[in-house]
Design a protein. Structure first.
Length: 375
């Protein structure tokens, strides 16, 4: 395949954007031709390392480049909607980091822009690319676990708030805290493996206990700390979700808590013929999956020998498949919007201190957005 026949990509954002560069590096159908970001030194360093010929400071200049067919958006949450919509309206296909948006109103505007322009819109739920997650999804689809009736999804950290005082802990910029940052990953893992069931009712509680004390910052200096800024989001959220039928899900997401978990995430699924459990410590990709069942009435535990699969590489392959070959995109913008709507219902339940109807919560959020009133 010649360079002119390849899908020409632009990366917007030079922080998380490094994972996008690494992901596309493995796909021979792709050529990354430009990156854009405000940190000029960082962007130039990445351009040199990954042999990217063009560097822009302003993402609008990148979008005006006729040599770019598609972009990935790796910027803070409050910029997801304006940058992605601008990209779609510039005729570029777009893959945006999770969450799709801070709220459903922004997400709906992004979906509408993709529909109007006829461009592909995807969301980087990169945990779907893990082999353990893909195996569990196939086991559910094949009926090997029977009828599914309960699941648990969790991501818990002992000390893992990403940047006290930065946009991560500012409500207007992030849209939320631990739930919308890491909880959304495991929520998507559970819902995707279960076949995207329809949520009906939610009961939830949110907490901000360590962050307001200036505790729980991610160790190792990966993220900056800005002293004196208010901590405006959740550092721990718990929710119980009821779906159509008898299916239920328990969700726990914590950036920081006095717990035995270091940095661990996973899902557990219960079916009437079998079960599955994924438990990843420190982002491990092997030794993480157990499948539970029976042979002639005797309990069995199967632990598949897994392969290491960089998640961004897998979901970006699906994005390229969709753009080049017309394969329906998944994780799609619509799936991303569904996750945002459910997160809105979780936050609303916590604010009201009672169980809420997901559809009613969606309607009330839409009405609040239309009137400019915060729900």
């Amino acid at each position: 395949m010649s360079d002119r026949e390849k899908l020409r990509i632009g990366i917007i954002g030079c922080g998380v954007g490094v994972l996008h560069l690494e992901g596309f590096a493995e796909d021979p159908r792709v050529q990354v031709v430009a990156i854009a970001g405000l940190d000029s030194d960082r962007c130039q360093e990445l351009a040199t390392r990954f042999h990217v010929p063009k560097v822009y400071r302003d993402y609008q200049d990148l979008l005006a480049d006729p040599d770019i067919d598609a972009v990935t958006v790796a910027v803070p949450n409050h910029l997801h909607a304006p940058v992605t919509i601008a990209a779609l309206e510039a005729g570029k296909h777009a893959m945006v980091e999770k969450p799709l948006a801070r709220n459903s109103a922004e997400g709906e505007s992004m979906i509408e822009a993709a529909r109007r322009t006829g461009r592909v819109l995807g969301v980087s739920f990169n945990r779907r690319g893990r082999q353990d997650v893909q195996i569990v999804k196939r086991e559910v689809e094949r009926g090997n676990l029977g009828a599914m009736y309960h699941a648990r999804a969790f991501w818990m950290r002992r000390s893992g708030i990403p940047g006290l005082g930065t946009w991560f802990t500012t409500k207007d910029m992030a849209g939320g805290g631990a739930l919308i940052d890491i909880g959304i990953h495991v929520l998507d893992m559970a819902l995707w493996t279960l076949g995207n069931p329809t949520p009906r009712r939610v009961s939830a509680a949110v907490y901000a206990k360590l962050g307001p004390q200036g505790r729980g910052q991610w160790r190792g200096g990966r993220f900056p700390v800005i002293p004196g800024q208010a901590f405006e989001v959740d550092d721990f959220t718990t929710a119980f979700i009821r779906f159509d039928g008898e299916l239920t899900l328990q969700l726990d997401a914590g950036w920081a808590a006095y717990t035995g978990h270091g940095d661990e995430f996973g899902i557990s699924l219960l079916g009437d013929r079998g079960g599955a459990e994924i438990h990843a410590k420190d982002y491990a990709q092997v030794g993480t999956l157990k499948l539970f069942g029976e042979i002639d009435g005797a309990p069995t535990v199967t632990e598949p020998q897994l392969l290491h699969r960089p998640g961004h590489s897998e979901v970006f392959k699906w994005f390229v498949d969709s753009v080049l070959d017309g394969v329906p995109m998944s994780p799609s913008g619509a799936e991303g919007l569904d996750r945002v709507r459910l997160i809105e219902a979780i936050y609303r339940s916590a604010a009201l201190g009672q169980e809420v109807d997901v559809e009613e919560s969606r309607t009330e959020s839409a009405a609040s957005s239309a009137t400019g009133v915060s729900a």
